[in-house]
Ligand binder design. Structure first.
Ligand SMILES: [Zn+2]
Length: 483
């Protein structure tokens, strides 16, 4: 009787291996879109673009939740600089100040129809001068590299949009459909500018066919087995929630403690949370990313990505054990970030708390994530209190959607060597407010960024090579030409 069973098992294994091999062989990149046939007439004045961005960096537009600590004069100087440096834009577009520091430019199209909204922000985070090799607000160019706070985040894209529009207007171009430039002056402090601008667009009845904000970029070496650069376009962003777990006790002296103190109970809850990661889920942006990049990868990665039906449990386990970006892409994460207990070592804590930072993928909500954490900690005496929270953004359309096609066409024309792929943005951006008026909200920063350049964002020595400033403006010119 044993022989037939062994033969059947061997047969099944062979069939399985065969199916895996066939799927892997068929898992190839689709045909690349045809090369653009229309001539590229983009001509950006490179020296002007670099000078303009350097001048923008020299305005110390550091935002602060306490507005009295902001230098309002510097914000005003920045807005004056835009009028002075981009006369054609200011002559052809209407400008409305929205809220305290939001700027909404409207470039009217010849035919109307769904509009394009290009977003950026002109406030920056503070810079600790002592850690920089060049003054953070000096706008210094050395060896073809421009240094300064905001060089990447995001004065460069604001500059790029206006540089492109200025050049296009100068060459006699008018878009067919409306274009809006929506600039916030309080993004870094989560101020209401962007939300206020969305209200204003809603009031005007604008339903954009394309909204573009900061997010992904053209990057290299971020996916296993892949050498080509990837243009990663965020089609959704995770939600986030602060959650506090707390307990109270009657306190007392630590010389005769109970078996468990409330600090101990909370530590146990934190350990349970870490030991029980949220379930693995391939939401559309993550699935599209793995599918697109997996097809271009080397064979072991391709084998796994082509056969997720088989390897899902393995991938789930591996990502949960590794943590990091890949893990954050495929599940809701919960980081234990704060802890507090007794003020003295010999006093039992009368109160103790643990702070959690939860980032939800789009199949979860603040409600469902809280429910799961509650069931995982298995302690009814622990009180859960929800702090500030933002639900996950809706997922934007890809495929044959017109806004996506126009965007990816401009990306391919600017970086022909790059693989273009949707992805899930792990951080939060102002663009999430636009989910209310458009299903075509994309998060992409038109820059090819190295690891060192990415480290400068919110860090020391933020910098950008001059040729990338020009390429960024060229990208916007291509995108605007299709409006
Ligand atoms: Zn920032």
């Amino acid at each position: 009787m044993k022989k037939p069973v062994a033969a059947a098992a061997a047969g099944a294994a062979a069939a399985l291996a065969g199916a895996v091999a066939v799927r892997t062989m068929r898992f190839k990149p689709g045909p690349e879109p045809d090369a653009p046939t229309t001539p590229d007439r983009v001509r950006i004045d490179g020296q002007k673009a670099v000078d303009d961005l350097a001048a923008m960096i020299r305005c110390r537009t550091v935002s602060n939740r306490d507005h009295s600590a902001e230098n309002e004069g510097e914000f005003e100087r920045f807005r004056g600089l835009l009028r002075e440096r981009f006369p054609a834009v200011h002559g052809n577009c209407s400008l409305q100040r929205v809220g305290r520091c939001g700027l909404l430019y409207h470039w009217k199209g010849t035919e109307g129809g769904p509009a394009t909204v290009l977003m950026a922000h002109y406030d920056v985070v503070p810079a600790e001068e002592s850690g920089w090799t060049h003054p953070p607000f000096g706008g210094v160019v050395e060896d073809g590299v421009l240094y300064g706070r905001g060089a990447l985040d995001t004065k460069v894209t604001l500059c790029g949009c206006l540089e492109a529009a200025e050049q296009l207007i100068g060459s006699g171009f008018t878009p067919r459909r409306d274009v809006y430039f929506a600039f916030s002056g309080e993004e870094e402090i989560a101020g209401p500018s962007a939300a206020d601008i969305v209200c204003e667009l809603e009031r005007r009845g604008v339903e954009p066919s394309l909204v573009l904000d900061e997010g992904g970029a053209v990057v290299q070496g971020v996916f296993p087995g892949l050498k080509r650069p990837c243009a990663l376009i965020g089609t959704a962003e995770k939600g986030q929630m602060q959650l506090e777990l707390s307990m109270k006790s009657s306190g007392g002296h630590a010389s005769a403690p109970p078996r468990h103190t409330i600090a101990g109970e909370l530590a146990r809850a934190a350990a349970r949370i870490e030991a029980h990661p949220f379930p693995f889920r391939l939401t559309p942006p993550a699935a599209e990313l793995l599918d697109t990049l997996g097809r271009h990868s080397t064979w072991p990665v391709r084998l796994v990505m082509a056969n997720l039906w088989l390897f899902k449990p393995l991938l789930s386990l591996a990502t949960a054990l590794m943590g990091g970006e890949l893990n954050a892409l495929v599940r809701t994460t919960c980081a234990v970030t704060q802890m507090s207990g007794s003020p003295a070592s010999n006093v039992l804590p009368p109160e103790a708390s643990v702070g959690l930072n939860v980032r939800m993928i789009c199949s979860d909500s603040a409600e469902s994530a809280e429910r799961r954490i509650h069931s995982v900690i298995r302690n009814r005496d622990i009180r859960l209190r929800r702090g500030p929270c933002a639900e996950p953004s809706p997922v934007s359309e890809t495929g044959e959607c017109e806004g996506w096609l126009r965007l990816t066409d401009a990306v391919r024309r600017t970086w022909p060597e790059a693989i273009v792929s949707p992805y899930l943005m792990l951080a939060a951006s102002d663009s999430r407010h636009y989910g209310r008026i458009s299903r075509r909200v994309y998060r992409f920063c038109p820059l090819e960024l190295t690891g060192a350049e990415r480290a400068g964002i919110h860090g020391n020595d933020e910098h950008i090579p001059a040729h990338k400033i020009v390429k960024c403006a060229e990208f916007y010119a291509r995108l605007l030409s299709s409006c």
